[in-house]
Design a binder for this molecule. Sequence first.
Ligand code: SF4
Length: 364
Amino acid sequence: MSSFFTEKLAAWYQANKRDLPWRRTDDPYKIWVSEIMLQQTRVETVIPYFRRFVEVFPTVFHLAAASQQQVLKCWEGLGYYSRGRNLHQAAKTVVEDFDGKIPSTHKEISKLKGIGPYSAAAILSIAFNRKYAVVDGNVIRVITRFYGIPDDIRKETTKKHVQELADDLIDGNNPGDFNQAVMELGALICTPKNPACHLCPVSQYCISLQRMETDVIPYKSPSKKIPHKEIAVGLIVNEKNELLIALRPNNSMLGGLWEFPGGKREQNETLQETVIRELKEELGVDVEIYSKFRDLKHTYSHFKITLHAFWCKIINGQPAPKSSQKLVWVGLEGVDHYPFPKANKTLLNSLKKMDDLNLKRFLE
Ligand code: SF4
């Protein structure tokens, strides 16, 4: 069964693989960058980010020498920003401890920040032809369907079982292509809904197809409802027509990115009370609220937010970075130099579209 699967899959992959920018290189650095970007992110989304990133940082030396702000600016909009921060940190380790050569052993590469079992297997197999099978969502779907495994794929035992089967199936002569082929089959043919089994190279022995169970395998138990948070932020303008922004602490979610100061609404608090309290805590100032600018919704991996932005005026005190790395006053023409998370970026784009860009009127 395993040689049938491996041979059919290899032939299909050679004839059908997509022409992706990271498949045109054997540079371990670029393969590493692509694998980090591809975590939790669709191929179509990654392509322009990958191209720009390797243009700005063509080697691990360029990446290691860059500032965190430069790296995050290139990552802006791609999400899961700890990936960018860790990649940057790991590039420094590669330059300092490995003379700029990406480690080619499991033990060494696993020591780099941001490299987990999936990334290690992907980089080692694709860049160094080492026999490590990757298991991601696509691989889980293909293997559970092919073998007709009905178990809950949220469970670690199921993932372990799939890993064992992948380890058994992997082509030792060409492990990188094998891994990419299974993932490609999952992305193009063995899709979550309505798999194109009539085009599948391994359909002859696919158990879930034979049992007509492709719509119930893989089985994933229902997820817990993700929490929703109300976030209220203050838009503060100075006499130079500049807005106040804060740099998030490195060790926090979205660390190293800029945002408008504010925070989470607490129980029994109005949104206006949230802004006044948060700005006192974060900046050490008292503010008066003028009006609401807008609100918007955004979904992160584990929660959703509604972001409410209010025009505010400082009535007492000088802003100080009490819970951020630093504060900066910046005009709308200069904000693009700073990396922002998605919801704040949307807010900025709305501000740029205002008919009257003279923000100073909110000072009066
Ligand atoms: S036959 Fe269908 S369900 Fe089975 S592996 Fe191929 S695409 Fe997936």
